[in-house]
Design a protein around this ligand. Structure first.
Ligand code: NA7
Length: 539
């Protein structure tokens, strides 16, 4: 940005809104719609040159949903539900981006979205009780409330490999895939990382590259996605059944359409157990995980039993037993990381032009001008893809210099992990709603009710002639303790993953989202609202 491009406004020229939203992804778009319905003036500032957030940025080959398409879309408009035809059971990124653009157009959201607007700072003005945000181009705006719809997985992470910038070929991160694409046909490509993004990308690009080197640190439990087109008959059924589909999603722990089997895996015979495992294995998506015996998702014997079934499925698909053993996960419990869903991932390693490198065994020492050097060998590459994940949840907040009362920064306050009340507010940051904190699971299903709650809280402040709402220090302390205590016990906290910040060197370890199930979180929030926003200070 040159100084001539910098925007400068006089105090009078600075736009004033009731609510400023950072981001125009799935949550930001819905927040904008909802705030309008409630009579607020709201404006969203979005870093991208288009709307869609995750589905705008993650345009790497193979990127697609792992939730069923029709459970992921918005539920707020019956007209939208009936108009939009999901073409596949697990829709791909181009279609998902089209959907979010369709929503932005249909509900005329664009007039309140400023694109190409990376928010650099957000400062609370204690004299005026307003938040002022400043974009990268110098543009300023002010609002009574600030909503950070910045996503939980949007601050991409590239490890600090020595010589990172010396590489002479093309390199990019999956979460910032160039809009014009990357020419991979006939190229020697190296991919670092085998999480959900890496697994999707590797499977897709193995079809066109001349040679692929996969740098794997931890093998994952990857499940067959079994995607397929949605035929007309199924489309009709889905459209007739949206109320039941959404009702079911709202009742399950992670807002997915799959329900656990209430039986313990260990309460049935080994034959019955295996029959269920095999039956679920043939199903699409997360059924193999979330429709299984309930205790498969708890640390213990059932979890290990199913893990071994899974490991054998991997062994069956990989021809070379040495490579197969490298791909079999042994260092973390099944389900302690989100399951990458795949469509031919393991067969990729049967191709002659694909090499699997274990970088736990032989760590990457440096990036060189010609490629990647590990402890054992040097790999010459034309393209390096960093499928190395995200600085989850707090990373995207920390990219904005957020300053609350007394000038304290949110980054400093969260230095040892997030300190919030129910994931939505932090004491000393009045009228700031950090809605990227509250839950994981089937994202939109969890996000819609959360946005409803947050926007209704703002309406409560307005309608009762308050001007400020902020988490009380005591409520924050109790919630933070609850996250630490309950969070330590759940399966999601057991592996070294982004769920607990363990993928980022130096980041404090701790659950970054709520430890409670989605129904429990909704009930807790409802109680808080019913009790006059208990735990919040209103002035
Ligand atoms: P993930 O799941 O965080 O995966 C990142 C991958 O990158 C993972 O395999 C990491 O290995 C690997 N990684 C990270 N740093 C390094 C270094 N220094 N050396 C080698 N390998 C490294 O991110 P994704 O983008 O795949 O998926 C994120 C979410 O998106 C996913 O959970 C779904 O919800 C959708 P590690 O396992 O840490 O050993």
């Amino acid at each position: 940005m040159t100084s001539t491009q910098q925007q400068s406004q006089t105090a009078e020229e600075i736009e004033q809104y009731d609510v400023i939203i950072i981001g125009a992804g799935v949550t930001g778009l819905y927040a904008l719609w909802r705030l309008r319905q409630l009579g607020f003036s709201a404006h969203s500032f979005e870093e991208g040159s288009g709307v869609g957030g995750t589905w705008f940025w993650n345009r790497y080959p193979g990127c697609r949903f792992d939730s069923e398409s029709y459970t992921y879309g918005y539920s707020f408009s019956e007209e939208l539900l009936q108009e939009w035809d999901w073409k596949e059971h697990y829709s791909g990124q181009p279609e998902n981006e089209r959907y979010l653009n369709y929503v932005a157009d249909k509900f005329d959201l664009r007039r309140d979205i400023r694109l190409n607007s990376r928010v650099m700072s957000a400062v609370f003005d204690e004299n005026e009780n307003r938040w002022e945000v400043v974009m990268e181009d110098g543009y300023r705006a002010r609002g009574q409330f600030l909503v950070t719809s910045v996503g939980i997985l949007s601050a991409g992470y590239v490890p600090e490999f020595e010589g990172k910038d010396s590489f002479k070929g093309v390199s990019c991160h999956t979460g910032r895939w160039p809009q014009e694409g990357v020419d991979l046909a006939g190229k020697r490509v190296g991919v670092i990382g085998t999480g959900a993004s890496g697994v999707q990308l590797i499977t897709e690009i193995a079809k066109e590259v001349s040679h692929l080197t996969v740098f794997q640190r931890t093998a994952n439990f990857c499940a067959p996605l079994r995607n397929s087109p949605i035929d007309d008959e199924t489309q009709r059924e889905i459209k007739e059944n949206f109320p039941e589909i959404f009702k079911k999603c709202l009742e399950t722990p992670g807002s997915f359409v799959h329900e656990f089997d209430p039986r313990s895996a260990m309460s049935v015979t080994p034959e019955e157990r295996l029959e269920q495992y095999e039956r679920l294995w043939q199903k699409s998506g997360f059924a193999k995980w979330l429709s299984n015996f309930y205790d498969v998702m708890m640390p213990g014997e059932a979890n290990e039993d199913y893990a071994e079934f899974f490991r054998n499925k991997i062994r069956e698909r990989v021809n070379d037993p040495v490579v197969a053993e490298m791909l079999v996960p042994k260092t973390h419990m099944f389900g302690s990381k989100r399951l990458p869903c795949e469509s031919g991932y393991y067969e990729v390693f049967n191709q002659d032009n694909v090499l699997l490198v274990d970088v736990r065994e032989a760590p990457i020492e440096r990036i060189t001008p010609a490629g990647i050097k590990t402890k054992d060998a040097e790999y010459n590459l034309d393209v390096i893809v960093f499928a190395t994940g995200f600085d989850a949840v707090t990373g995207s907040l920390n990219r904005v210099d957020i300053r609350g009362e007394g000038g304290q920064t949110l980054k400093d306050k969260f230095a040892n992990g997030p300190r919030t009340y129910m994931g939505v507010q932090s004491a000393g940051f009045p009228n700031l709603f950090t809605i990227n904190q509250a839950s994981v699971g089937n994202f939109v299903r969890a996000a819609e009710p959360l946005v409803d709650w947050v926007t209704e809280a703002m309406a409560y402040v307005r309608d009762n002639e308050y001007s400020l709402i902020s988490a009380s220090p005591q409520a924050e302390e109790e919630w933070t303790q609850h996250v630490a205590d309950a969070g330590a016990k759940i399966l999601r906290s057991q592996a070294d993953s982004w769920f607990v910040g363990a993928n980022i060197p130096g980041k404090a370890r701790g659950l970054l989202t709520a430890p409670d199930t989605a129904p429990v979180m909704r009930a807790k929030r409802d109680d808080v609202a019913a009790n006059g926003y208990e735990g919040f200070l209103l002035q």
